[in-house]
Design a protein around this ligand. Structure first.
Ligand SMILES: [Zn+2]
Length: 97
């Protein structure tokens, strides 16, 4: 009797990467989740994701639809939820470990 071989490579914490395009220099790049930031506001207008272009170092901000939000949050992107109550607070949401 031989033990069964390990089935493939273990899928441990493969860092998610997201494709993004810079509107300034038109660079298309792949960014790790750590380079992106997602801001979820009270409405779609204030929901966006942001990153720094690796080529021109420009701050890029793009609107994030519901699908993108799901994608980014699922990929471990740091998320800020903007609560527009009496006390607007920035509340960092702890990401997955
Ligand atoms: Zn750029």
């Amino acid at each position: 009797m031989t033990p069964p071989p390990a089935a493939g490579a273990p899928r441990t914490a493969v860092p998610a990467r997201f494709k993004a395009a810079c509107p300034d220099c038109r660079t298309r790049c792949e960014l790790p989740a750590a380079s992106l930031r997602l801001v979820i506001g009270a409405s779609a207008r204030t929901t966006f994701y942001a990153f720094t272009c690796p080529r021109c170092a420009g701050a890029v901000r793009k609107p994030a639809g519901r699908r993108i939000v799901e994608l980014l949050t699922g990929g471990g992107v740091r998320t800020l939820r903007l609560h527009t109550g009496q006390n607007a607070q920035l509340r960092p949401v702890p990401g997955p470990r």
